[in-house]
Design a protein. Sequence first.
Length: 278
Amino acid sequence: MKNILLYIFLITIALFGCDNIEPPYIQQNANTDTTINNNIKRVLIEEFTGHLCPNCPEASHIAENLQQLYPGKITIIAIHSGNFANLISPNYMTDFRTEEGNILNTSFGVNTYPSGMVDRVQLLGSHLISPNEWGSVVTDRLSEQLTANISITTQYNESNRNFNCTIKTNILSTFDNPLMLVALLTEDSIIDYQKNNNPLYGLTPDIPDYVHNHVLRGSITNIWGDTICANCLANDSYEKTYNYTLSNEWDEDNVNIVVYCYDAETQEIRQVIEQRIR
């Protein structure tokens, strides 16, 4: 009787112990090919921050809470720039600054940290929005009609850290102004020091093992992007292909490509998409 019960138990484990995987089946290998194309409106939060900014962990928490509230619809870029991104010995010697981040910081006149932009829409005449206002602006943006969509196909080669990406933009509405395409790289899960003044988010005044996510690392296009179309008509589509080699200083398992398109006159971001490189 015991042998029969044992046999039944083993059969049950075999049948139900693993999740069922529906076809098609994809095998990951040294050359990983990934495609994402979802016809949903997404929103970009550009967060101006720095490891010396004691109020910035709270702002990061607000942004990541919005990601959890709207799964798959929020992309964050953490832009380390300004005086709070400077290096101070001995603990704050990791340089998260980038040329691209410095350009954005200067161009949008950032002088308060933390601050940010939500799809680069203006609130009270300014692109820069307090973290406490991000939630309401995100909600408004998600309710708007999708006017352009982006799909990405990437192929990554582990042996030389090189990847190709093909970006297709589908125009869903006619645009009066030129539409620009920007492709950036971010990195997650970087463990390092961070200043903090709120015990809700970690040790004070320093968090030695803070997890820095969404860190802007560089750009595939230049920071202002490439022109998709000068006169964009509904139902048109455009495709661009890029090649890039990852820095050896970055963890390839934690690097994301972030692609967005924006109105060249208003700076308003029309759509954004994000995915892992591999």
